[in-house]
Design a protein around this ligand. Structure first.
Ligand code: MF3
Ligand code: CO
Length: 252
């Protein structure tokens, strides 16, 4: 069931989302060669708590960290570790969410560590642009898979691939609510267009884009998703409200 949010509830979600934005900003500033994902995780957790919020992922399905990391060929859900030290030329995904006053906010960015290859730079640019293309379609004139189609066609036209194993999601008083928000148009469904978008729907749109094959596998830690072929992957995410006046990015 899709929970439509009132204007007041959307404002509460904006408050949660703003803590996510501020925290991701701090992490971005701290990303540099020599820093560990453990250090970044602690920073994020402290910043959430300082703002009266709680990290959303910690303890969710027993996830042990506050941030989900993704270095290079990792797609999503990398667990923070003192042994995972960033180095020049890496790209690192930072996925963070909080709960504040009963509502969740969720956002992700992928950032370069120092100088990165032209390919990595292009992957980051295309993935972020695909998210914005998807958000542009989040209007009451459209259906859900208009978002999916915009993301998929943009990414595939640039020669990259869309991960199928993970999708975006509704968000509100739960981190994951209906509907699922695929970054590709599902091929076999009878609901080939997806649900109609309505004012008050709040969704986390989160394309994961690979340089090579779209396929992933999960490492033996039970969490870290990596590309099967070892190619680079990037991930960007925003929490977006559908309103009468068009899409509103709460994690802006
Ligand atoms: N942002 C991701 C998502 O929306 C991360 C959550 S997975 C978790 O699904 F288990 F770590 F919380
Ligand atoms: Co999410």
């Amino acid at each position: 069931m899709i929970h439509l949010k009132s204007k007041e509830e959307i404002e509460k979600m904006r408050s949660a989302a703003q803590i996510v934005v501020e925290t991701l900003g701090k992490l971005k500033e701290s990303v540099q060669p020599g820093v560990s994902t453990w250090d970044l995780d602690k920073m994020a957790e402290e910043n959430a708590i300082k703002n009266g919020a709680k990290p959303a992922f910690k303890g969710y399905s027993d996830y042990p960290g506050s941030v989900c990391f993704a270095v290079n060929n990792e797609v999503v859900h990398g667990i923070p570790s003192k042994k995972k030290v960033l180095k020049e030329g890496d790209i690192v995904g930072l996925d963070f969410g909080v709960i504040l006053d009963g509502f969740f906010g969720d956002s992700a960015v992928t950032v370069p560590v120092g100088e990165v290859s032209a390919l990595a730079e292009n992957l980051l640019k295309v993935t972020e642009a695909s998210l914005l293309k998807g958000i542009d379609e989040a209007t009451t004139k459209n259906r859900l898979f208009d978002i999916s189609r915009a993301i998929q066609s943009y990414v595939e036209n640039k020669g990259f691939s869309i991960v199928r194993s993970f999708v975006g999601h509704g968000i509100g008083t739960k981190l994951h609510e209906d509907p699922q928000v695929p970054n590709f148009v599902p091929e076999n469904g009878s609901h080939a267009k997806g649900v109609k978008l309505k004012p008050g729907m709040v969704i986390a749109i989160e394309p994961m884009v690979n340089v090579g094959s779209p396929d992933i596998k999960i490492l033996s830690d039970g969490w870290t998703a990596v590309t099967v072929d070892g190619t680079l992957s990037a991930h960007f995410e925003h929490t977006v409200a559908v309103t009468e006046d068009g899409p509103v990015i709460l994690t802006q």
